[in-house]
Design a protein around this ligand. Sequence first.
Ligand SMILES: Nc1ncnc2c1ncn2[C@@H]1O[C@H](COP(=O)(O)OP(=O)(O)OP(=O)(O)O)[C@@H](O)[C@H]1O
Length: 301
Amino acid sequence: MIKARFIYNPRSGYNIKSPGVIERTRRFIAENTARFDAALVSTTHPHHATELARDAVAAGCELVVAVGGDGTLNEVASGLVHSRVTLGLIPCGSGNGLGRHLGIPGPGERAFHTLLHGTPRLIDTGLVNETHRFFNVMGLGFDAEISRRFHSLTLRGLPTYLRLIVGTWLRYRRPSVAITEPASARIDTRAFILAVANSDQYGNNGYIAPGATLDDGLLDLTLIRRAHILNVLPLALRLVTQKLHPSRNIHRARAAHFIIDRAAPGLIHTDGEPRESPARVDIRVVPKSLRILAPSGQGNS
Ligand SMILES: Nc1ncnc2c1ncn2[C@@H]1O[C@H](COP(=O)(O)OP(=O)(O)OP(=O)(O)O)[C@@H](O)[C@H]1O
């Protein structure tokens, strides 16, 4: 019998639209009482999921399932890193980047099947300024600005993201950054997007770091210097076709540690959640620090 807790965020993209997932989760728990001694709890406010995950660890749970988007996953996983407790996923956010990378794109039957038949894997996690953890992608630049604007809206989902992207893009002023990475000289540039990824995608199959893997002890940096009227459509196409290869406009690097300096403190995002950060953004990998349940024999590594 596995002691489990399901942490449900009623404010995640999919859950706002439909009560289907919570009903399916309740049914799953009822149908599997021989296998799981499980309770379902709902968050009542932002960051509550981390408290609930820590409570579950203290109560001796072996499995904690995040029922929400990447923000919920971030909060739940933050309460589980370095523990022996396994994270399960029922992805119901707007993007579901980590779930898609693992082969669990949404809250369908595959997610529930994985809870019964998946394989626990130890994956890397990311840490920003020794304060904010990320499990999927962090960034500064345009994506952080989109996450800030998205966060203040009640509407969620891909169409909302796309409207925001188009509305923000033309007026966006690129920050100046200095990137220090161990294997190369310092890069001074303006950055439209500067993302550091654990998985290969933001979500919605937007592959910001094609080839990135979750357990190589490394993070993948992608710098897109500019996105103007002439190159924005080809860039978008390369993002969805996993072809963001290095070029004059795109720099990519793989390392365990990056330092990014800006002129002033400013915005970053971790797994799509906007945060304020000092001018220096210190990003490092924490190797094999989270146990996560993934589909057996499928999905990305
Ligand atoms: N009960 C709650 N009331 C209000 N906000 C909440 C509550 N529980 C969690 N939150 C906040 O909801 C936000 C969005 O959650 P989440 O990221 O899971 O959904 P999403 O944004 O739709 O998904 P994705 O990150 O995949 O795009 C997070 O910032 C989280 O802190």
